[in-house]
Design a protein. Structure first.
Length: 317
């Protein structure tokens, strides 16, 4: 297992990322996202020292593999309760990570995440679903959540899929989305914004979005059907060929990778966010590749599925 100093060096070598630590637990922040959130000129909030509790409106963080108590393939910080890991160890991981970023783990609202695009409007009654009690039935089939309830954390899980968190500082609303390749091509990022807009009368141009650690384009190798789905999604937004060429590369002629393609889910989700009306300067991509950094983050691709789960959590204060 990588140590904190080496993990910090790797993460912060990718511009715009910061590995913070609180109560001995590391977590990732995006510095430009932090700056936008705490920009008092734009949002009339008090600028605060960079920490888990930034700005005046939210707290958030993306987990790493460091700081937990899980063993073997789940080591150390696994936040997946349904993977076969020791249940009490996972609950301790939640306690540690949530304490570090300043949220109550017993109030988290959890999604089921089945690689579709259903987004749930979360209320006070959803607090604790999936953590302090079994997952409520109406959370099944959910890949995204939105709320304007304070002190109600939303979580999104990943282990190469793209975790998206959103914040509207004007309407005081937040959202999350789990964007695997299926959700990405189906436009879950755009649906997240339209759901926030519909539920809270948000102006998309006010919404800030952070795209967290996930599979990067240099290492996300797929078959032709996935590459075609990405191209079709781009065409549905009327993107030109030059932009499509930045989303899909291939087919490869390298030995062992014949007829394989590389796709950029970060850019694809960014395109859907722009299509939803976001400002380009309000979209922040971590650029942390969970496949390349599989010693820092859990990666499904690298381990063949024998791994834990990373998570992003966001909460209104």
């Amino acid at each position: 297992m990588i140590n904190y100093e080496d993990a910090k060096e790797k993460i912060e070598s990718i511009e715009g990322n910061v590995l913070l630590v609180n109560k001995g637990i590391p977590y990732v922040h995006l510095s430009a996202f932090d700056e936008a959130v705490s920009n008092d000129a734009l949002y009339n909030t008090r600028a605060m020292k960079m920490h888990a509790k930034i700005g005046a409106g939210i707290t958030y963080g993306f987990s790493t593999r460091l700081g937990g108590v899980s063993k073997n393939e789940f080591a150390d910080m696994n936040l997946g309760l349904k993977l076969g890991d020791d249940h009490m160890a996972v609950l301790e991981n939640y306690h540690r990570f949530c304490s570090a970023i300043g949220v109550d783990e017993n109030k988290i609202s959890c999604p089921d995440q089945i690689h579709e695009t259903r987004i749930r409007l979360v209320t006070e009654e959803d607090a604790g679903s999936g953590i302090s009690r079994l997952l409520d039935e109406d959370h099944l089939g959910v890949d995204g959540q939105v709320t304007n309830v304070r002190n109600l954390p939303l979580i999104v899980y990943d282990a190469d899929c793209v975790p998206i968190i959103a914040y509207d500082p004007g309407r005081k609303a937040i959202g999350t989305a789990h964007a695997g390749w299926k959700g990405s091509v189906a436009g879950i990022a755009r649906k997240l914004i339209s759901t926030i807009q519909g539920a809270f009368e948000s102006d998309p141009q006010d919404i800030l979005v952070a795209i967290g650690p996930s599979a990067g384009p240099e290492n996300y190798i797929v078959d032709e059907d996935v590459a075609k789905a990405v191209k079709d999604a781009a065409l549905s937004m009327n993107l030109g060929q030059a932009k499509i060429d930045k989303l899909v590369w291939g087919p490869s002629t390298f030995a062992g990778q014949e007829n394989k393609y590389k796709v950029d889910l970060w850019r694809l989700n960014r395109a859907f966010l722009l299509d939803a009306g976001l400002r380009a300067e309000h979209i922040f991509i971590s650029g942390l590749d969970t496949i390349a950094l599989h010693d820092v983050f859990h990666s499904h691709r690298v381990t063949g599925g024998k791994r834990g789960l990373n998570a992003g959590i966001i909460m209104l204060k």
